[in-house]
Design a binder for this molecule. Structure first.
Ligand code: SAH
Length: 254
């Protein structure tokens, strides 16, 4: 029996002061159905129960960009910078089946989004799904972050770079900060976070031309799990040494 995704309009309201349109609610459900179906052909996610999918894939994907998407979620530290404009350019490294990109593209069709993953099958799935949902302004690239981040047409071209569930914090920072324009932000989606993690990340940020501007701590609305979103401000161009060659960031984290 096919299960439908609950709309949970009260939860969107309570957490983000936001109401998705009917079309957006339908697209969220279509995305859910595509994942359930795709999971039968390839291993995309272990999260397929409808409420859990809503929370861990939809709600969680929007959480990182909520301060920029939803007016009532504004964070003062972030708005001082040039992110209040409408047509932001985003890149999502290690998007897997399309998270956080696809929910963000549904919530805001005005942003242009590039999904990147080293696994071709995953990008194919994410692109096929974005076509089915008739999402505009979204594309996908099969590549390693370490290669793409060195290419002129991608390096320092994005207002925002996102990364969720790809690796340890300093590895994620080395993957994504080369893509961010000076004056833009990288957003790390994390679960638990403690002060020692901030200390551990400091060296990497300094080397990459960035500083930690803000940490937003939140609990998820259904299962009360902890989430931290880290907003890394890119104040200077990243040195040409970074990212290092494929595999090195992960083997020898900064
Ligand atoms: N962001 C998604 C998927 C996380 S799984 C989510 O939150 O659900 C991690 C993904 O990162 C995998 O699909 C893997 O192929 C990809 N990945 C890992 N290292 C990478 C690298 N260096 N460059 C590009 N993609 C990478």
């Amino acid at each position: 029996m096919d299960q439908r995704l609950p709309a949970l309009l009260d939860m969107w309201q309570k957490t983000f002061h936001w109401q998705p349109s009917e079309q957006q609610v339908a697209q969220f459900d279509q995305l859910y159905q595509a994942i359930v179906k795709g999971n039968k052909q390839q291993n995309l996610t272990r999260i397929t129960e409808p409420q859990e999918f809503w929370e861990k894939h939809l709600w969680d994907s929007l959480l990182g960009v909520a301060p920029l998407l939803f007016p009532e979620m504004l964070i003062a530290e972030l708005t001082e910078n040039a992110l209040v404009q409408k047509n932001l350019k985003l890149i999502d490294i290690g998007t897997g089946a399309g998270f956080p990109s696809l929910p963000i593209a549904i919530a805001n069709p005005e942003w242009s989004i590039t999904m990147v993953d080293s696994t071709k099958k995953k990008i194919n799935f994410a692109l096929k799904t974005s076509n089915q949902l008739q999402l505009q302004n979204i594309r996908g690239l099969v590549a390693r972050a370490e290669d793409l981040g060195k290419q002129k047409i991608y390096r320092e071209q994005y207002d925002l770079a996102l990364i969720r569930a790809v690796g340890q914090p300093s590895v994620c920072a080395e993957y994504i900060l080369p893509f961010v324009k000076v004056g833009g932000f990288a957003i790390l989606y994390r679960g638990h976070w403690q002060d020692s993690d901030t200390t551990d990340l400091a060296t990497a940020l300094e080397l990459l031309g960035s500083s930690l501007q803000h940490i937003q701590q939140t609990k998820t609305p259904l299962s009360d799990s902890v989430r931290h979103c880290l907003y890394l401000y890119k104040h200077s161009a990243t040195s040409k040494q970074f990212p290092r060659s494929v595999g090195v960031p992960n083997q020898h984290p900064l």
